[in-house]
Ligand binder design. Sequence first.
Ligand SMILES: [Cu+2]
Length: 554
Amino acid sequence: MLTRRQLLRRGAVGAGMVAAPSALLRAAPAAAAPRFTKVPRFTVPLPIPATATAVAPGTYHITQRQTEQVLHPRLGQTTVWGYDDGTLGPLYPGPTIEVQRGTPTTVRYENRLPTGHLLPLDTSIVPEQDATVRALTHLHGGFVAGADDGNPYETEFEDEYRQGDVQTVMYPNEQPAATLWYHDHAVAITRLNVYAGLAAFYLVRDADDTGAEPNPIGIPGGAYEIPIVIQDRTFTGDGQLFYPGLDWEPEFFGDTAVVNGAPFPFLNVEPRKYRFRLLNGSNSRFYNLDIAGGPPFHHIGSEGGMFDAPVQTSRLVILPAERADVVVDFAGFEGRDLVLRNVKLPADVVSPASPNLPVIMLFRVGTTVTDPGPATIPADLPGSLPDFGTPARERYITLEEVLDETGEPIRSEIDGLRFHDPVNIQVPAGDIEDWLLINLSADTHPIHLHLPQFQVTSRRPFDIARYQAALDTARAAGEPNPDPAPFYTGGPLPLQTDDRGFKDTVSANPGVVTRIRSPFDLPTGVTGTQKYVFHCHILEHEDNDMMRPYEVLD
Ligand SMILES: [Cu+2]
């Protein structure tokens, strides 16, 4: 008999079809409505995320609340969870926090969510089987102290934020201008909290990357700079968010592309250059974006900020939590409708995604230009090629999927350990380390480190079976993970285009050792042991043990 996973891999059924019937019954109205709503394409405009209003210079009060929002007229009012800055009400996606490099931000996050979850919750993977809604906000990509990071190792579960609780954090904003995002990170329910809507942009600006037009870099700005978060969702027959349950699913893939909160939107553009700050905010889905018959992407930056120079590409692979800063020039495409597609992934990037989601949104190119903007794509950008020098040490880190006796995934692990197992990685502050991500599973995992922006230095294929055998022997003897060097089956693979920049999330492909070189500096004035996590950013994996603590020792 085929397992659920095999069915998914064969594409025989969509994610929705494997849902526990109980969740469907609970979500469906008494009258026989269709199970799922198919939302028509390109009928609503792309929303531009609102900008958060500070309560005082550098100070924000953000409240998590449940609300109803019209994502698309076909859906009616959809219940979502949003971030409320106190002036605009709760929003999905949340309001963008925009800051200046060098000026710290204080944020007070207050949980005013219901105590019961909006979505089916598998309590079997939650500490103490506690079904109470918790919130915990993480600044993804932020260079911050452990206590301000919003990670579930620091909070040790019992200190996560229940209804009425307040999380207060300070973000120093010492880092280069970059596209960061804040999103929920409560242990074992992150996938549900983010799916319900708790995600928003956080943009760090500096004297070059002002966001205005013109600017010293010569890139588009003002109304021509647009943050775009791509997510996938499935909607029930009555227009509500559908999430399969009640059992943990190894991945979630929706049938509807939701961009800045709108299903399959269109964006009217002028025939000129735009800057799009792309974020994959999906739970599990990877995208390989292209603009069918349209202009290429000029890739200008990744998670850590700007590249040293743009890279032109017609395809852009973006995994959960990755960001791609791109310039797209619509000149010469006057009057055209251009579809942003999601095409087949490159062979080395492996995902069990089903159903496919081939269409994301539409660019409707007008015929007139209000303001011509930059005449050319700049040849030089203010970033640099990462070059961290000689590492103090190497760590061999295994990525593994745990299967039950029928071959069905029951959880994922790092180093053969679960999240709550004792910490095994402690890095002296200021050290540079190479982490070798040894992917023994069948799928690609986007691995995210809290704290640093790192460099991808190599990707090399290795023999999974032989390494696994050596690993089993080592584990039986209580020894650490073996060095993968004797198990390589070839030389370094070509790096991916986004490996050029500073990264906080990297695709670790199956059968490949992905070597990242990372500095473990702490922000100015931060002393003492700092607690962080690193994890797979497939949220279903992260929630079910593909996350580990690590410490920076000062
Ligand atoms: Cu994963």
